[in-house]
Design a protein around this ligand. Sequence first.
Ligand code: PLP
Length: 494
Amino acid sequence: MSHFYHSTRNGSDVVTSKQAILQGLAPDGGLFVTDALGERKLDLGRVAGQDFHANARMVLGELLDDYSAEELSESVAAAYGAQWDTPAVTPVTQLGDSWLLELYHGPTCAFKDVALQMLPQLMSRARKGDGRNVMIVTATSGDTGKAALDGFADVEGTGVCVFYPWGKVSDIQHLQMVTQKGYNVAVCGIRGNFDDAQTEVKQIFADEPLAERLAARNVVLSSANSINVGRLAPQVTYYFDAYAQLVRSGAVGLGAPVEFCVPTGNFGDVLAGYFAKCLGLPVARLIVASNANNVLTDFITTGTYDRRRPFVKTISPSMDILVSSNLERLLYYASDGDCELVASLMADLADKGCYTVPAALKARIGETFSCGFADDGRTRATIRSAWEDQHKLVDPHTAVALSVSADQPAAGVPRVCLSTASPYKFCSDVLGALGVDTSGMNGFACMDALAHLTGTEAPRQLSSLRESELLHDDVCDTDRMPGFVESVCARVFL
Ligand SMILES: *Cc1c(COP(=O)(O)O)cnc(C)c1O
């Protein structure tokens, strides 16, 4: 075994990948990294001949090497089974002269399923070592909550408790959550906005008397945050698997380079592409595509990360982020593992709201990463032209990537744009981009209108919500959230 993990801010305390997955964040606030990343390269010939499941076992076996082959193969079978609407799991399709990697064929129709179907499997097997039950507590503005609920539902030794701002998520997102089945799930609306919910969840994690009472029941609280190694590692798979598909279709010769354009918020998805490159995938370039919250565009261009700017609410809400947490891992690797530097940059970010990296580090990042951003106007225009010119319906997050990709000079290398959500998850904004006035229409009316206008079909995962039973109707004030979590723990872990 070679992949021990330690904090980006301190190299001395090491843990196994199972421990890193159970802990989520390192005790000093840093993110878990492994210095063995890239010591071994994956065999591309083998990758190209394998299906998604085999590639997932291979990638996870490399990054999480304290899991047994049997544990990984059970996890892969459970995470990427019949809940996906295609056996390819993440198919690559052609779009004009580039390619789309479709990551939205999972149970909740967004790319977070790739990671959140796997994380519960990894956590469940990691906790067997210490025997404790894990209760996931998370606040959501819409997408992550449903993906976490679906992933953790009925997974042994785990439970999940999701808080959403009541009346402030879309009709469809609301229905997706309140119809969730599973003996170990709980959903509660709160009176307030997403930040109120998030603030209270942080207080719940810091509540020591609560932690002690739960420990007496053999329960530990955890989060399903995208900084968890158990969310990052599964995302590396689809970079390799996309390459395998391109090789098999003849679009790329084995060993020839490709580039990826990735719509980015927390920097998790595009960082997984960097991991793939470290593991031997011939990635010529990673293009970081942002919306109007273009803090990463500025960082990659200037070397200064500055979060002190207005927060813009956009039609690609899962990318409305001013602090891209996973960037810390890139700073670690691109500085050749300089924990002291990373710790001081992160202290600057916390104290002053900004930091500047040394010129050599900026240059190193620029060797692999390009960047660009698209505001809502460009994003809408791209949704429209993708439909009118190519007959491809895309969601706003994917459209951000396509807009940025169009600005980037072709390097004579096949380019893959990551497509992160079904357009049917964002019916109203997609219709708006196609010129339809949706005022007064509810979620299902928009779904019908989009299907009618384009002659496409809503994914079954979303259209079936019409017939689903409403199972959760709890709503509370934020001061009741700790009590709600405790009662859920008592119910789930008898
Ligand atoms: C979360 C999300 C993203 C951004 O992914 P990061 O890993 O945060 O960069 C992009 N598109 C959709 C649809 C998402 O849900």
